[in-house]
Structure formats: structure tokens, C-alpha cells
Write a protein that binds this ligand. Structure first.
Ligand SMILES: O=C(O)CCC(=O)C(=O)O
Length: 302
């Protein structure tokens, strides 16, 4: 099993880099009003008619939609990316859409492993094109959860928090971003979003980037064949736009990429006691307040 590396610098600004390393995410202004309009218009021009519930463009069967969303989002992003980032490579731009309705909820999760995390970090720039509210599926995230356990992540691999899924939810902070603000987050942060119960579609542009020299690596677990190991697959940088299994059969063995063989994995498990020891116990009479959590986190990890 690998250990966490010293993160490679990707933010030009050292204070942003430090905050990102410590918390696992930062929030910054990203799109201008005219960029928001341009991307919103693009979405309505392109979006497939059969889109329902929670729908990233990377899940779409329509390669044309995936490809144009990718190239256009990256093009519009470049101005802000030049402002914030260095030593990076951008891999994929996509829309993440929540149509109104209960089926648009997203469960508590970490994103699947995409790069070799013994050296590199996979990072999302997640930018809503409308203000987030208590009813339209605002994103929620847990400070510092990117550094709890080194993990391999894929739908076939159990999450370390799977036995405390419900207990962990109150610890996540709801991030009410304004339209055009970016949540830039380490993909291994624990996050989720409630259903969009407003009467409007919630559109987000998401851009995945990583360190300039990072290799694309995904993982897969066949519990019958190799219960204590995971199989790693090298992928090329077009993987996110070309992978057909995001929307379907995501838990199956990847059908593309080069198998790099099996590696040991310890399948970490977080207990309720671990959660309380690290983040404190929620007080029964008070909902957990995130500024308090942030202080707890800072005192533990500084
Ligand atoms: O867009 C959302 O509400 C959640 C996105 C998310 O969790 C993801 O893409 O991993």
C-alpha cells in the first residue's frame, strides 16, 4: 500500500496551495458573468433530450456531446486557469447536471482513483452556473477527508466509510457557492449532494486536472479472484472523454487500458469511534457547526 506523498505544487499562490493541502479543497472566484452566460448557452445548445436526474456529460452515450463539452469548457476555463494554476495538465471538461426531482441526489462518496496517488493528485474544478441554495443540490464536503486513508477507489471497491455512511453526513459542510465560484477539490475528499428539489435545472461545469507529469491509473477489485489485492490499469489522457463505462457497468472490469497487474490493498475501514476521535462527537442538542469542525481539523492536523 502506498503512503501519502508530499503534494506537488499546482497553485501559483502559496496560501491557496497550503489551504488546499490542509483542507482538501479551496473556493475561489472562477467564471465571469459573460463566461457563465456562454457556458449556460452552450449547455442548452448541446444537452441530450434523454437526460434525467443526476447527469454528468461523461455518462452520456453521445460522444459528440462529451467531446464538445470537453473542448469548450476547457477553452472558457483557460483564462482563470492561467490565473490560478501552474505545473498542471487539464484532462477533461464536463457538465454535471441535476434535473429537478428526487432521483438527482448523489450519495456520499469519494471520486474514483484516476491518477497514481502515491505521487500525484487528481483535482476537480467544480463551478455551478447558478447560485447554490438549500433546495437545488448544493455540494457538501468533509474537511481533511482526503488525508484520512490512502485508498484505491472504484465502484467495485468498498469505501472505508461504508459502515458509517449516515453518521458521517452531519460532518460535511454545505458549500453555498455563488454562480461562477469554483470549489477546487482533491478527488479523494468525501462529498455528496442532495437532490435538486427546486424547479430549475442545476448546471455545473467540472474540469478535471492533475500534475503535469501524472500518469492516468484506475483500479478494480475482483473479490473472488484476488480478495486482498486490486488490479491497476494504465489509461491515456483521453480516458475521461472516451471511457464508455461511466454511465453503465462502472463496477465491471475496465474494458480499455493496459493492466499493470495486482497490488496489495488493506481495504481500510473507518469506525464510528475513529470518526468521533478525529472530528469530535456531534452534540445532540446542536447540529454540528462546520466552523467548529474546521477548528478541530486545524488543531489535529497542523
Ligand atoms: O454535482 C454534484 O452535485 C456532485 C458531483 C460529484 O459528486 C462528483 O462529480 O463526484
Amino acid at each position: 500500500m502506498f503512503s501519502f506523498p508530499r503534494m506537488l505544487k499546482v497553485f501559483r499562490d502559496q496560501a491557496l496551495q497550503d489551504a488546499f493541502e490542509k483542507d482538501g479543497f479551496v473556493i475561489v472566484p472562477f467564471y465571469t458573468d459573460s463566461e457563465i452566460k456562454e457556458l449556460t448557452d452552450l449547455y442548452y445548445r448541446l444537452h441530450p433530450k434523454d437526460e434525467k436526474g443526476f447527469f454528468p456529460s461523461t455518462f452520456s452515450k453521445d460522444l459528440n456531446y462529451r467531446t464538445i463539452a470537453d473542448s469548450e469548457i476547457r477553452r472558457v476555463d483557460q483564462r482563470a486557469i492561467d490565473q490560478y494554476l501552474e505545473n498542471y495538465k487539464v484532462i477533461c471538461g464536463s457538465f454535471i447536471v441535476k434535473s429537478p426531482g428526487p432521483e438527482s441526489a448523489m450519495c456520499v462518496h469519494q471520486d474514483m482513483t484516476l491518477v497514481d496517488e502515491s505521487k500525484y493528485t487528481g483535482i476537480n474544478i467544480w463551478v455551478p452556473l447558478c447560485d447554490l441554495t438549500p433546495t437545488n443540490g448544493a455540494i457538501q464536503a468533509l474537511w481533511g477527508s482526503h488525508r484520512l486513508y490512502p485508498t484505491y477507489r472504484h465502484s467495485s471497491i468498498p469505501n472505508f466509510y461504508e459502515s458509517i455512511d449516515n453518521e458521517i453526513k452531519p460532518y460535511l459542510e454545505t458549500l453555498y457557492l455563488k454562480a461562477g465560484q469554483a470549489l477546487i477539490f482533491d478527488q479523494s475528499i468525501i462529498h455528496f449532494s442532495e437532490a435538486n428539489m427546486s424547479d430549475k435545472v442545476r448546471i455545473v461545469c467540472n474540469t478535471f486536472f492533475t500534475n503535469k507529469d501524472a500518469k492516468f491509473n484506475i483500479s478494480y477489485w475482483n473479490k473472488d479472484f484476488a480478495p486482498n489485492k486490486v488490479e491497476l490499469f494504465e489509461q491515456d489522457d483521453t480516458f475521461m472523454t472516451n471511457f464508455e463505462q461511466f454511465g453503465e457497468n462502472i463496477a465491471d472490469r475496465p474494458k480499455i487500458g493496459k493492466s499493470m497487474g495486482l497490488v496489495d490493498y488493506n481495504f481500510p475501514k473507518m469506525t464510528l469511534e475513529d470518526l468521533h476521535r478525529i472530528y469530535g462527537k456531534p452534540k445532540e442538542e446542536l447540529p454540528v457547526k462546520k466552523p467548529l469542525l474546521k477548528r478541530v481539523f486545524e488543531s489535529l492536523f497542523q
